[in-house]
Design a protein around this ligand. Structure first.
Ligand code: ZN
Length: 163
């Protein structure tokens, strides 16, 4: 069976066990390393997807636990956009992707697994990745790989907003 790469975020973070805190709300107060946080703004943060569809798959989320993009205030909208840009710049330095998919999954039918805390996916892409990414998607991602990727991206994060 071939998966559509255009919906890579369907494999996003799946909470283990029942219940538990929202991964994004938890990341707001957690240490960067444990929560895979790459960068924090004033109202939003960037973390690595624990179940990435490609290396460096980032999630940008507001601090506030809101379920719709219409509930974001102007400062949050702007910062999420800028953090996504900065994330792509950091990815360019650390992993040199050739392109990106950016997307919001709104509702379970659209592939969202955390539907009550909105987040923007930034998925780096490489030529030919459609050939091997569906295979990689079924491979367990080792935590140390994520830790190393997090360190690389945090170190490569631009100091000044692009543009
Ligand atoms: Zn939340």
């Amino acid at each position: 069976m071939t998966r559509q790469l255009w919906a890579p975020w369907r494999l996003e973070y799946i909470r283990s066990g029942g219940g538990g805190d929202c991964v994004f709300c938890s990341a707001v107060t957690a240490a960067d390393e444990g929560a895979l946080v790459v960068n924090r703004g004033a109202a939003a943060l960037v973390l690595l997807n624990r179940f990435p569809y490609s290396p460096g798959h980032l999630l940008v989320a507001p601090f506030r636990h809101v379920g719709g993009i219409g509930e974001l205030d102007d400062a949050e909208v702007l910062e999420i956009h800028r953090l996504a840009e900065q994330g792509m710049a950091a990815l360019a330095t650390a992993l040199a992707p050739e392109g990106h998919n950016l997307g919001w999954n709104l509702g379970k039918v659209a592939g969202g697994s955390i539907v009550d805390h909105v987040h923007l996916h930034v998925v780096p892409r490489w030529t030919g990745d459609t050939n091997f990414m569906p295979v990689l998607a079924d491979v367990k991602v080792l935590p140390e790989h994520l830790d190393e990727t997090r360190r690389k991206l945090a170190a490569a994060w631009p100091h000044e907003p692009p543009g």
